[in-house]
Structures are given as C-alpha cells and as structure tokens.
Design a protein. Sequence first.
Length: 254
Amino acid sequence: MRGGGDDRLEDPSMTVGVLGTGRMGMALARALAAAGETVLLCSARLGWPPPDITEPGCVAVSLGELLRHGELVLLAVPFPVAVGFVSGPAGRFGAGRTLVDATNPGQNSWRGAVRGANPPASLPPGISGGELIAEAAPTWQVAKAFNTVPADQVAACRLAGAAVTVPVAGAPAAKADVSALARRLGFEPLDAGGIEASRHLESLATLLIAVSAAHHLHGRVGIHIGQPDPPVGAQAARNPATPTAAPAATGRHL
C-alpha cells in the first residue's frame, strides 16, 4: 500500500479493486486498465466465486482477494448492495485505504435513465448515500465520485472539447487519490468539499439522469465546470505591464 502525502501523485500506478461487474463496473475497469492501473474485479454477488471475465488488464478475484490487495476500492454496484457491503465485515478491513462511492440512491443508477425507471428514494431523511456509506465504513477513507458519469460516457471523457468534470467529495486523503485517478482517466476532478457534499453530487446525478431521459440521450450527457477568463480590460488593469491578449475560449478549470 502506498503512503500518503505527495506519494499519491508521484507514483501514478495503483492496484484498484472494482466491486461490480455490471455496466458501470466494467466500464470503469476497462478505462482503468487502459490507463495502466492494475484492476481487480469482484462480482457484486458476494460469496460467489470470481467472475468469468477475459478483459485485458483485469484480474477476476474473490471478495477476500479484493479486500487484501486493493489499494483503492470502487463501489460500482446498486446503492443497497454498496450499503450491505460496507455494513458487513468489509467495512472493518479498510486500514485507512480509499473507498470510492459511485452509487446513486433512489435511482437504478444510469441504467434507470436508459430504461425510464425511477425507483423511490431509499434513504433516511437528512442524510446522503455517501454519508451513510462513510458512517458504515469507519476504517476506510471514503470519497463520493463518478456517480455523475454514466457508464457509456466513462471512455468518452470530453464534452465539447473540454474534459468532463468529476466532482469529488469526502476525506482529504481519499479525494487526493480519486482526483489523481480521475485525471489519469482523462477527467477533470473538482474538489466539492467534505463527504456531506455527497447530497449535492447525488442531486446533480438525479438532474442529469432526468435530462438524459427527457431528451432521449441514453446516458450521453455530462458536465464541465470551469471559471471563465476575465475580460481583457480587467486583465490589463490587474497587470498593466502584460500585453493585451484575447481571452482563451475554454476558460480555466477550478
């Protein structure tokens, strides 16, 4: 397992465990393997043998192997399955490692948007899914991320020429790991705050799912959050010695 601090960014490779072999789990696994990560794939059907897969760069493992060897673990399963996972013994084996919650409570993930499904919310009042998972997994450093990216868009990480934004909320160490990973996949991570900001990320996912369904986009939707360049006059006023130049068309990332 790698140490904290700057080591997270200096050593780009890591062993990533992906729990879930559905559309989102496989999309993330393929993208991670293509980016040079070592990917361990475990079925969401806990207690089952390793899945029968032949994806290049991916290794099918049991849950025990995933927990022993995954430096970072991604929850790419329906929300109730994710809660069951962290509420059991797995929640006590984190040892300070990063756990990424990519679920969306109250929605059948992005698959529901494609099929037109919209199950009722399954959360207690006043708490987000990310917070609930973090509370159930105190030995892990938990981050909420990738829940705003549909499975079909994981490989297509650009939007109108700009990198798709992936908001990340959670513990600082986990956010550092996930942000570095998102960049290696071609996304632009955005620090959204602590794990309590999960409610905003989950609401954003609900909005994007509704937009996708309303416009028949079949999950082909994403966001780019950036800060526009200031007007040319404002730039010159702040730095009179700098020659006047046209502003960049794409603005800049936050």
